[in-house]
Ligand binder design. Structure first.
Ligand code: ING
Length: 300
């Protein structure tokens, strides 16, 4: 099978005053670079069109809805789809989704090399809180602004591969990965926006990066999948998001990692057959997996 060129496009900060058009222009620029590297797909971060607005307490519905996309594509994002089609490169994009019947989700889409949306994922593990934590340096209000995803974890057959999606906090939950692996994911794309500061306890910053990386490396190895993880990073309105965008192989090895906290494209020519040996010998579900002993995971 021909190698699958995976690109991850890390975004630097998006300031509250930045327009969607300026964010989209940066994404298009990195899509072009990814295509020039030979990538079949480029993975963008979670909430890649706006600043990480769950850091703000807002009670005015109009102010909140300004951060949501009423349609996808929209006038401002159409150029991403046109460029995808013109360059023949697929992409994963994270954004805040407002459905026509008024529901709000933290969403990602999977778009194929013809610019067609082939899959959609709505974030299931929503971290943070819904109340106003007055006195904290910033909030983490994903439980206020988003509903829990209602479409499950899925894998789509597209661009000659089986591609799954998840979002940010999902990557810390082992169940996310096993449900995708049971659907035969060859590659899982995951965007994230992760604050360096923990508002709940004085967690050493290096441990934030540590838990991010071990979560992805363990997930890739234990679920025989490639992982393309794209962060939005840097100082947004004085709040720091960490970088550490990576491409991880089914061996659990980090094969590419960003060096900066800004817009940066990393690339890896992935051999999807690498997973086959692990699936044949170690993680051979048919031969070794014993679901009759795992019920507690779904019963509690
Ligand atoms: N951000 C963070 C994440 O899961 C977080 C929130 C950080 C939760 C560290 C727990 C520990 O990467 C989002 N957007 O989920």
């Amino acid at each position: 099978k021909r190698p699958f060129g995976i690109a991850v496009a890390q975004l630097g900060p998006i300031q509250p005053s930045d327009s969607r058009a300026s964010a989209v222009a940066r994404l298009v620029e990195m899509m072009r670079e990814a295509a020039s590297l030979g990538a079949r797909m480029v993975v963008f971060p979670e909430l890649a069109l706006t600043t990480f607005f769950p850091r703000y307490w807002m009670s005015d519905e109009d102010a909140i809805e300004r951060y949501f996309e009423k349609s996808m594509p929209s006038a401002q994002t159409q150029i991403l789809f046109d460029t995808s089609k013109n360059l023949g490169i697929g992409f994963y994009l994270g954004y805040a989704e407002l459905t026509t019947d008024g529901h709000r989700f933290n969403t990602s889409i999977l778009v194929d090399q013809t610019g067609k949306i082939v899959g959609r994922y709505r974030k299931i593990h929503l971290p943070g809180h819904a109340d106003h934590k007055v006195g904290k340096p910033f909030q983490h209000l994903e439980k206020k602004y988003f509903e829990v995803g209602n479409e499950g974890f899925h894998v789509w057959q597209t661009m000659d591969a089986r591609i799954g999606m998840c979002l940010c906090n999902d990557r810390r939950w082992t169940e996310t990965w096993r449900v995708l692996a049971l659907q035969g994911a060859d590659i899982v794309a995951v965007g994230y926006n992760t604050p360096s500061v923990n508002i709940h306890w004085p967690e050493p910053p290096h441990l934030r990066m540590h838990s991010h990386l071990i979560s992805l490396q363990a997930a890739a190895y234990q679920n025989t999948t490639w992982i393309a993880a794209a962060g939005k990073a840097g100082l947004e309105d004085g709040c720091h998001l960490f970088a550490g965008s990576v491409i991880v192989s089914p061996a659990g090895e980090i094969l590419a990692q960003t060096q900066s906290e800004d817009d940066e494209v990393i690339y890896c020519k992935a051999d999807l057959a690498l997973a086959d040996t692990f699936r044949q010998h170690i993680f051979n579900y048919g031969a070794h997996r014993r679901p009759e002993h795992y019920r507690l995971i779904t019963e509690r």
